[in-house]
Design a binder for this molecule. Structure first.
Ligand code: CAA
Length: 260
């Protein structure tokens, strides 16, 4: 399937998804949100894909936010629908069975940072710049940023970012734990692929159950989260990969996990 604003490239078990509106710094308009949602739905049903990398097209931006020109035309009711469309996409990415690595190649602002925050792991180019500048436009963040940012960096730091609208660089994002690693611009994609390959070589069901426990647990109290963890732990014991993984360890050999 081809899209107007999204490119999907497959490298063995890895899907590289690129938001491709470089002239608008990959801003998220309705069409881009809808296309990305379709891509995510297709990936959810594609068991040959074990890891997804999400990045932006061009030299400057990962995603510079929701599309300001399009939002300018919206009534309050249409704005609510737009916000919900973005939120739904972020939730869809978060609940995708496969891990998603954001390769943040430039500006990650507003809806762009919200998109990165819906991913499991964030890798950044040293040229990347971050921020939630919505209040400069007279609006709050609307694609989950007021909720995910405090959960990721704590409410004090999140409040400063959301209330001052100040942009910050990749090293600062790294210091606050918002991005996992920072690389020279030209190394980012290769490093993202290397991490994706590493994850893709692990037992896929165990990877999916781990992702699920992390996200489900984030919305539960500790005891309920541990109950869920015990359930997914037990579930993994039904898999062939569990048997193969234990056997390989005990026999000091290697195994290739089959995802079943
Ligand atoms: N929406 C629509 N178009 C955008 C855009 C956006 N978020 N960001 C950039 N563009 C467009 C610009 O309008 C410009 O288009 P033209 O060439 O047709 O004029 C093109 O991309 C290049 O941008 P600039 O000329 O502005 O590039 P720059 O290097 O001078 O500045 C920038 C880069 C600092 C990222 C600047 O573009 C900028 O501030 N962009 C807006 C960032 C922003 O406010 N994002 C939040 C949006 S609101 C939101 O996301 C709400 C939400 O939570 C759901």
């Amino acid at each position: 399937m081809t899209y107007s604003n999204i490119l999907v490239d497959y490298q063995e078990q890895i899907a590289l998804v690129t938001i491709d509106r470089p002239k608008a710094l990959n801003a998220l308009n309705t069409l881009t949100l809808q296309e990305l949602s379709q891509v995510v739905e297709d990936l959810a049903n594609n068991s040959s894909v074990r890891v997804v990398i999400l990045t932006g097209s061009g030299e400057k931006a990962f995603v510079a936010g929701a599309d300001i020109a399009e939002m300018n035309m919206k009534t309050p009711l249409e704005a609510r629908t737009f916000s919900q469309l973005g939120q739904k996409l972020m939730n869809q990415i978060e609940s995708l069975p496969q891990p998603v690595i954001a390769a943040i190649n430039g500006f990650a602002l507003g809806g762009g940072l919200e998109l990165a925050m819906a991913c499991d792991i964030r890798l950044a180019s040293e040229k990347a710049r971050f921020g939630q500048p919505e209040v400069n436009l007279g609006i709050p963040a609307g694609f989950g940023g007021t909720q995910r940012l405090p959960r990721l960096v704590g409410s004090g730091r999140a409040s400063e970012i959301l209330l001052t609208a100040e942009l910050f660089d990749a090293q600062e994002a790294f210091r606050m734990g918002l991005v996992n690693r920072v690389y020279p611009k030209e190394e980012l994609q290769e490093q993202a692929l290397a991490m994706a390959r590493k994850i893709a070589a692990k037992a896929p069901v165990a990877i999916q159950l781990t992702k699920s426990a992390i996200y489900k647990g984030a919305n539960m109290d500790l005891i309920s989260g541990q109950d869920y963890e015990a359930e997914v732990f037990a579930l993994a014991f039904h898999t062939e990969d569990r048997k193969a993984g234990f056997k390989a360890f005990l026999e000091k050999s290697q195994t290739e996990f089959q995802g079943r």
